[in-house]
Design a protein around this ligand. Structure first.
Ligand SMILES: [Zn+2]
Length: 129
């Protein structure tokens, strides 16, 4: 969904902020919210975007469970990838620190930035509040 964003340097700064519990979105005068990196509102083209803090917790809207068959990842699998709504924006990430049976729509979660053991890159995750 937003894989392109993850590879952008602007998103890296955003991950820095998220790690410090200061995740934000960009809001235009019309109230449209988007995630960095952006210079122009994707909805109306406004250029005076303001950083607005996201709420500390969000709510899982949808999720899918992935089963990884590789023995090397047996202990991590299966895992859930979720879309969670944080205030005006939606974020995608892996659910961490939760039993799969407890992952459900409406579950309250907070942002959790972790480092992928596979790629060494930081990834966005959610952990139950
Ligand atoms: Zn706008």
């Amino acid at each position: 969904m937003s894989d392109d964003d993850v590879q952008d340097a602007g998103f890296d700064e955003w991950l820095d902020a998220a790690e410090e519990d200061a995740a934000y979105c960009l809001e235009c005068p019309e109230g449209h919210a988007s995630l960095p990196p952006r210079r122009v509102c994707p909805d109306c083209g406004a250029t005076d975007l303001e950083e607005t803090r996201l709420p500390d917790s969000g709510e899982i809207e949808t999720f899918t469970v992935t089963h990884v068959p590789t023995p090397a990842f047996e202990e991590d699998a299966p895992y859930a990838t979720a879309v969670a709504g944080f205030g005006p924006v939606r974020l995608t990430g892996q659910v961490v620190g939760a039993d799969l049976e407890t992952v459900e729509t409406g579950l309250e979660v907070e942002l959790e930035v972790s480092v992928s053991e596979t790629t060494g890159e930081r990834v966005l995750g959610f952990s139950p509040v």
